[in-house]
Each structure stands twice: as structure tokens, then as C-alpha cells.
Design a protein. Structure first.
Lengths: 82, 334
């Protein structure tokens, strides 16, 4: 069953929290992983791999650099999962 | 017409690592020393890599100097005559001559002339490739003892302004003597390559591009995220396979000695393997940096010297890097 944007945001926020300790409430669609949340490239890749497992999607390496904001990641996962 | 019956080498049952030797660059280079050209800081480097200092060699100290020092220690500790060495295998990507090999000169300098000698280009997997070949040569009866060296002077091939890999790198050489054994001492090796990611780690340009003036002096580069994903999640599978083919479980290990690429890779890989707390995880990178093919023997040597692990225990060693290439085996600690 396709996941809603809210479901993916909530699940992704949990993954971000597990990797970095950032509060789930701070993980919002318009936030930049790098500039706003201060997530480095290695933590980002850990979150990506865990998101693949959690949502059952593939996020290729070349796609990761396009995931600037939380919203970019949520939208990619929602589309890939549809 | 029947031909004369050939002699073939008679196999021996088992092999093991007899001894290790180590040599690190003579200079201790701090994060503050390398932070300026990459607009970074000690804190940023520690957080992303775990490195506090890296060892680099002075201009007057060559790759061969470090390889000879490490080899002489290993030969002495093995208690063998260097004339008994039946092959010299040198894993390196920083020998500055296309040909002849670094191994042939090393063999001569350590008293192993006229042993067959050749280099391996498998980057950070090179030491494990060397141990795999040494194990095979010894058990096939081709060589009684094999000298395996992983050595690099990476500081000759770095760009101080590169933020992808240069600031991680150090210089050193690690050596091992492999020989026949009454008991199993080296498990089957799980090894391979994935050339579909040939560009993920490597040199910024070829020597032909340098000659033609279209490139500067080639230096190391990597696509960090691609390498990180492969080094952790794919290598966790390889490490698991190595345990399976060795017939041992994680709790049987004394140590996990990975290629010392980055502390974040080492820690995440150890986490994926769900190692019990009794297994010592080598973190030589903290004070040595990433020394490519040298990093596994240097890290294992450090664990033995500090007494954190004992001779006779089991260690899973896994190398991974440019190629992409990987190799893993379980060994009895010398």
C-alpha cells in the first residue's frame, strides 16, 4: 500500500533521530539536511540505507545528492513507493 | 607415445602467519596541520574520520625504506633465514616506478634474492589479497615461506586542498611471513572486485594526461558516499561470508581488523556484524591515519604490541578499496 507524505515524514524523522539525536519535531519538510540540520554526508548515507530498508525503496547513490531538503527525500520515497 | 611422468609440487595441509613487522612514517601530522587548505578544523576532521594524528614520512624516507624496516622485523620475529623465502609479494599503489616492481628490489634488500617477487595493485584490499596468495603458494608447495608486504607512501599522491580523501591519508608499511603449519592458520579468503564502481576511488588523472599537459600531478580522490555505502553494507556481507567459510562465529574472534579507512566505516561495520563486546575492534586509524594496503598489518601489529590481543587468537581481517576490490579472511594471530 502506498505511503502518505505524513507517514514517510514521520518514519524518516525517526531515522534521523536514531542516527543524529536530532528531535523528530525538528525534521520538517522545508529543512535542509546539511544547512539546517547539520547532517554530514556519512550520516546522510546511513539514513538513506536505513530508509531503503524501512520503506522498501531503492535510493541510488546518484540520487542522494539531489536530496537537499527533508521534503526532497520524502517526495522521492513516496514516488518510489507508489 | 607415453611421455615421461612429471614431478609436481607436493601440497602441505595448512599455513599460518608466523610474524608481523611494522614501520610508520617518521612524522606525526596533526589535524591542525592539514585543516587550513581544506578550510576545516581539528573538530570537523575528528568527527568525520576519527583521526587525531596521521603518520607521514619525510621526503628523505622512501616507501622502500619503510618496507625494508617492516620486513626485517617480520623475518627476525619468524626466526627464518631470508634465503628460505620462496616468494615476495608487495601490495602497493604508491611505488613510483611503473616497472620494475617494488617487490624485486625489496627481495634483494632483505636478503631474499633470488626469490620470485611481484607487486599487487589492489589498493586497500591489497594486504588481504597478498595473504590469500601466500596461503595458496605455501599450501601448494610452491614456496616454503612467503613475505607479504602492504606498504604505501600516500603523501606523495595527495592534494592538500582535496576534501574527499587526502586529509585521511598516512604512510607506512606492514609485513607478514606466511609459512607451513601443523594446524589451520588462514581460512579460505572471500575476495572479489566490482569494476562497475571503477571511478569511485582512484587517481584524479592518468600519467598520459599528465604527459600531454591536460592534467596536473595525479592525486587520490574518492566519491565518499558511494564508498561509505559499499564499505559498510556490502562489506558486512563479505565479513559474514568470511566467518561462514572459516567455520567460526563472531564470538570466536579475538579481534576485527578492518582496513583503517575511516572510524565511521569501522564502527558502522562492527555494528552491522553485531560483534560481542569481547571482540577487540582495531582503531589504529586514530593515530596512524588511512595507510591503504599497510593499514591491516599495522593495526594488527599494534594490537599485538599493546597486549590487547594475544597470539593464537582469531582475527577477522577485511580489506576494501579502489577497484573496487575486497578481500577477507580469518587468521590465527601470530
Amino acid at each position: 500500500m502506498a505511503l502518505s507524505q505524513a507517514e514517510v515524514l514521520s518514519g524518516l524523522a525517526e531515522l534521523v533521530n536514531e542516527e543524529t539525536g536530532i528531535s523528530t519535531g525538528d525534521v520538517q519538510l522545508d529543512k535542509s539536511f546539511s544547512d539546517d540540520l547539520d547532517i554530514d554526508s556519512i550520516s546522510m548515507m546511513t539514513i538513506v540505507v536505513n530508509a531503503e530498508d524501512k520503506f522498501g525503496v531503492k535510493i541510488p547513490d546518484e540520487e542522494v545528492k539531489n536530496l537537499i531538503t527533508v521534503g526532497d527525500a520524502v517526495n522521492f520515497i513516496v514516488s518510489a513507493n507508489a | 607415445m607415453a611421455h615421461a611422468k612429471l614431478n609436481q609440487s607436493l601440497p602441505v595441509a595448512y599455513s599460518r602467519i608466523y610474524s608481523l613487522g611494522a614501520a610508520r612514517g617518521d612524522l606525526t601530522v596533526t589535524n591542525d596541520d592539514v585543516a587550513g587548505p581544506i578550510d576545516s578544523s581539528d573538530e570537523w576532521i575528528r568527527q568525520r574520520t576519527g583521526i587525531i594524528t596521521r603518520r607521514r614520512a619525510s621526503a628523505s624516507v622512501s616507501l622502500m625504506d619503510m618496507a625494508v624496516e617492516a620486513s626485517n622485523e617480520a623475518i627476525k620475529k619468524a626466526g627464518i633465514d631470508p634465503k628460505e623465502i620462496g616468494a615476495v609479494i608487495f601490495s602497493t599503489i604508491t611505488h613510483p616506478h611503473q616497472t620494475p616492481s617494488a617487490a624485486a628490489l625489496l627481495a634483494d634488500l632483505v636478503g631474499a634474492n633470488p626469490a620470485p617477487a611481484y607487486d599487487i595493485s589492489a589498493a586497500c584490499a591489497g594486504y588481504c589479497y597478498g595473504i590469500a596468495q601466500a596461503d595458496a603458494l605455501v599450501r601448494a608447495g610452491v614456496a616454503k615461506y612467503v613475505l607479504v608486504v602492504g606498504g604505501e607512501k600516500l603523501s606523495d599522491f595527495i592534494d592538500p586542498t582535496d576534501r574527499t580523501i587526502s586529509f585521511l591519508l598516512g604512510d607506512g608499511a606492514g609485513a607478514a611471513i606466511v609459512g607451513p603449519s601443523g594446524e589451520p592458520g588462514i581460512s579460505p579468503t572471500v575476495w572479489g572486485s566490482d569494476g562497475s564502481h571503477w571511478d569511485a576511488v582512484g587517481m584524479s588523472a592518468s600519467l598520459l594526461e599528465l604527459r600531454d599537459g591536460s592534467a596536473q600531478w595525479p592525486t587520490l580522490r574518492q566519491e565518499g558516499q558511494t564508498v561509505f555505502r559499499w564499505a559498510v553494507w556490502e562489506m558486512a556481507k563479505v565479513a559474514q561470508q568470511a566467518l561462514e567459510v572459516a567455520g567460526v562465529k563472531a564470538e570466536d574472534l579475538s579481534a576485527l581488523v578492518t582496513h583503517q579507512a575511516n572510524i565511521r566505516i569501522i564502527d558502522e561495520l562492527a555494528k552491522q556484524l553485531k560483534l560481542p563486546e569481547s571482540v577487540v575492534v582495531a582503531r589504529d586509524i586514530v593515530t596512524t591515519g588511512n595507510t591503504s594496503a599497510a593499514s591491516i598489518p599495522l593495526a594488527m601489529h599494534a594490537l599485538l604490541e599493546s597486549g590487547e590481543v594475544k597470539s593464537g587468537g582469531l582475527a577477522l581481517e577485511i580489506g576494501f578499496g579502489a577497484g573496487l576490490a575486497f578481500g577477507a579472511q580469518v587468521v590465527v594471530l601470530p
